[in-house]
Write a protein that binds this ligand. Structure first.
Ligand code: GDR
Length: 361
């Protein structure tokens, strides 16, 4: 039987998620658990401090130690989990950070994909374990000063503008290569920005929602940001993991773009977030900080998810305003708790210094 014709196995399915401490794996783990899967999560490093968060927030996840830099550890995890589906979210995912750490970004975000694919082959599971690769709109990047006339789709040319985007482009192509060379069931989801309550505070949307909530309660004075003009296609991560799961249930492996098709600037996000807490003069609170500028910026991203609409029947449910509202109201709750017991909560608002200094030339 051809591998790509393989039907999902009957009975309780098992999924292994790398990058289990991240936003997407968290949302997907909950979705898969609700769908009746046994969920395994791979965690990196000895005594990883974020292990406790996973144990608290995703108590049903079986945790396995492993690192995509170490092929043997991935192979061991795949065997231990007896994985029917493997979702590769492990990556250095901060674009700014990738400018100051290009080499390790290539190792983890690029070569890590190769290790995952090789681990599936070396364990002899290429006809049993389906693989999802987390590809990204950052691969499209763009040319300085040019606006895309139509949304990027699955056949748009790649023009990455960061070490992160370039590493992801490698991951995307090596994943496709394993599908074509070995007939493996490998799917790349090309996801545009997707945000939510699980987003790390080093990413601009969560940094804004968290700061706006704290400013509105008098816990913070201002918000330091880099470029306000870049435009992104922002959706809700909870919607996107449904699409990811659907891609993995098809008879044939194919790549899909997931996006809302709408684009907003960073400034739009700031204005909308302040409006949610009744503040109109947002400019009084926002300060420009060049350390958050990048050596090269991606100016304008929006996707065309028609293929996912037609083939998967996937559509996002949360729109831009709904996303901002959701994030700000979640962060208001956290801020209120902080206001009551300030000493017991540690809140990170800005990125760690090493992330916040992308080395602008
Ligand atoms: P992005 O997300 O680079 O699109 O990649 P991010 O939220 O980091 O930046 C979005 C835009 O905001 C501008 N910006 C700032 N960004 C950050 N992080 N901090 C700031 O203070 C700030 N000020 C302005 C950025 O320059 C940029 O234009 C995300 C990641 O999740 C990737 O891993 C993923 O692949 C893509 O989305 C799709």
């Amino acid at each position: 039987m051809s591998v790509t014709k393989m039907m999902p196995p009957a009975g309780r399915r098992t999924a292994l998620l790398t990058g289990i401490t991240g936003q997407d794996a968290g949302h997907l783990a909950q979705h898969l658990h609700a769908e009746g899967y046994a969920v395994w999560g791979m965690i990196r490093g000895q005594n990883n401090p974020r292990r406790a968060e996973v144990e608290r927030d995703l108590p049903f996840v079986h945790i396995i130690e492993g690192d995509v830099l170490d092929l043997g550890s991935v192979a061991r995890a795949i065997n231990l989990a007896d994985a029917d589906e493997l979702y590769n979210f492990a990556a250095i995912s901060h674009v700014g950070y990738s400018f100051t750490h290009p080499s390790v970004t290539m190792d983890v975000t690029g070569k890590g994909v190769l290790n995952v694919l090789e681990a599936v082959r070396l364990t002899g599971r290429e006809d049993r374990t389906r693989v999802y690769q987390a590809s990204t709109s950052e691969m499209f990047g763009g040319v300085d000063g040019e606006m895309p006339r139509t949304g990027y789709n699955e056949s748009s040319p790649l023009h990455p503008r960061s070490p992160y985007g370039a590493a992801k482009a490698y991951g995307h192509w090596i994943a496709r290569n394993y599908r074509e060379s070995y007939g493996m069931f490998v799917v790349c989801g090309i996801l545009f920005n997707h945000e939510g309550e699980r987003r790390g505070t080093e990413f601009v949307t969560r940094k804004i929602s968290r700061a706006v909530a704290r400013i509105s309660l008098g816990l913070q004075e201002d918000l330091h940001l880099g470029a306000l003009w870049p435009r992104r296609d922002w959706g809700y991560a909870g919607d996107y993991v449904r699409g990811i799961h659907l891609m993995m249930q098809r008879d044939e492996p194919e790549d899909f773009v997931l996006a809302t098709g709408m684009t907003h600037s960073v400034q739009d996000f700031v204005e909308q977030a302040f409006a949610e807490v009744g503040i109109d003069d947002w400019r009084s609170y926002v300060a420009y900080d060049r350390t958050f500028e990048r050596a090269a910026e991606v100016g304008h991203l929006f996707g065309d998810a028609s293929k996912a609409h037609e083939v998967l029947g996937w559509r996002p449910e949360v729109d831009f305003k709904g996303l901002v509202r959701r994030m700000v109201s979640h962060d208001l709750e956290l801020a209120r708790a902080e206001a009551v017991a300030p000493a017991t909560l540690s809140v990170t608002i800005d990125a760690p210094a090493e992330i916040a200094t992308p080395g602008v030339a």
